[in-house]
Unconditional design. Sequence first.
Length: 149
Amino acid sequence: MVRIERADTRDFLEVARLDRAAWTKTQHSEYIPDGEHAWRIWVEHALVFCAKEDGKVLGALVAFPTVSGSYCLHKVFVDEGQRGNGVGTRLMEALFVEVDALGVYCFLTVNPANESAIRLYEIWGFTEREFVSGYYREQEDRFVLMRRK
């Protein structure tokens, strides 16, 4: 049975491994993915949730705190063999419980061309949208989507 729980320092290497595997399938895989050192810090200072079964990490999510008190959903990824089983939804639900209890909003960025992701984020309550040209790099525009409780 898959459990969703807050990550701790024992999880960061497995989360980083899964993140690296997911990164190779992205549009910008030529760039360096987040490394183990980043995940080690994030599990202590951000909201990091893991989906685990029999001790194996099947998915993870990280949301960073911001100076405004909100959280930026940076990544959510699920092992290829587990996709379509609701693991990502359960990770998002765990995040929403946490940010809603804190009484803060959450935001994320998404490629404006990724219509399927945008539809999914809107279902999850990310309804406010702002277009930002060159968000990461000159050629990388993004929508910033916000979810308020």
